[in-house]
Design a protein around this ligand. Structure first.
Ligand code: GLU
Length: 312
């Protein structure tokens, strides 16, 4: 059984003619496959934004892509309290670079925004959510590392961050990780995160405060319960930006944090499909646009897609 995939977007075709071709191809493909698989409710997207950019026109039976495309729905784990990457607004919508990456991947299966359900996956819950099938994939400032690779697989990396430290704007004593112990600083991070592990070599256990989400660390910094917050620079940048000038970054990244898309362990076909989508989005400008409309509003510089790792 082969499931049709939206065609590659061809920039030279006028939008109307492109839509006509896409519509004709979809009708034909649906006629062939409807009886066995359906045509993924939201795949008849009417705008460029929702048309996928995958290079393969069909999905092999039994693959994650075939299943999701046929359902026309996908469940994605992300953060809900991290400005710039994944922040749930008062309107109930989640916004950020991770959310845009999830949309790019979903569009490649013909699933538009309305077919995506975002569920909150705090740092310590990401592997479990994937293993238990609560989510189809996770895009959540999720560092690829060997420990996690025992439990899940990763596509990517799609971005590279680095661990940094955030303090109150008038703090001059905390200047980097080495300054934390001499200052007897209380440092906040999040359970199940890589920064919470790494900071142990710079701070005594009694001075480490762990919450489930970073917004609680920002609150603790504001109220003076802790002296510093540590996690990835881009996560801190979002929190500092949202603080209206109350917080600043030390701006001395001391780790590398390659962000991956977490998927079921060993789902190599899905990993390769995600790589195709990222590569296509990087080539046609959607990756840059995703950054510029989110994190880029604060960071300025637009990254290029890092070299993708081999799927395993
Ligand atoms: N990237 C790090 C991690 O995956 C820190 C950010 C986070 O907790 O999401 O643990």
């Amino acid at each position: 059984m082969r499931i049709p995939q939206p065609p590659v977007r061809r920039r030279l075709l006028p939008a109307r003619s492109m839509r006509r071709r896409w519509f004709a191809a979809t009708v034909l493909a649906c006629a062939v496959t409807l009886a066995v698989a359906g045509c993924g409710g939201d795949s008849t997207a009417s705008t460029d934004k929702t048309v996928g950019a995958g290079s393969s026109p069909t999905f092999a039976a039994g693959t994650t892509m075939a299943r999701l495309a046929a359902a026309g729905k996908v469940t994605v784990g992300t953060k809900f309290d991290q400005p710039l990457f994944g922040l749930k607004g008062l309107d109930g919508k989640v916004a950020g670079f991770d959310v845009e990456i999830a949309k790019i991947i979903s569009a490649g299966m013909g699933i538009n925004e309305s077919g995506i359900t975002f569920v909150e996956t705090p740092s310590s819950q990401r592997e479990g959510a994937i293993q238990q099938g609560k989510v189809d994939f996770v895009v959540a400032t999720y560092t690829i590392n060997d420990k996690r690779k025992q439990l899940v697989s990763f596509a990517g990396p799609y971005y590279q961050a680095g661990q940094d430290i955030m303090v109150k704007k008038d703090n001059t004593t905390i200047t980097g990780p080495e300054s934390l112990r001499p200052a007897n600083a209380k440092v906040c991070s999040v359970s199940g995160s890589t920064p919470a592990e790494k900071i142990k070599q710079y701070v005594d256990a009694s001075n480490i405060v762990l919450f489930d989400v970073y917004s609680k660390c920002a609150d603790a910094l504001r109220t003076g319960q802790v002296d510093a917050v540590t996690t990835d620079n881009v996560v801190l940048l979002g929190l500092a930006d949202a603080s209206g000038g109350a917080f600043k970054l030390v701006d001395k990244p001391f780790t590398t944090e390659p962000y991956g898309i977490g998927i079921k362990k060993g789902d190599i076909a899905f990993c390769q499909f995600i790589h195709e989508q990222l590569t296509a989005a990087s080539a046609d400008g959607r990756y840059a646009k995703a950054w510029q409309s989110t994190a880029g509003k604060v960071t300025g510089t637009t990254p290029t897609l890092p070299t993708l790792a081999t799927c395993s």
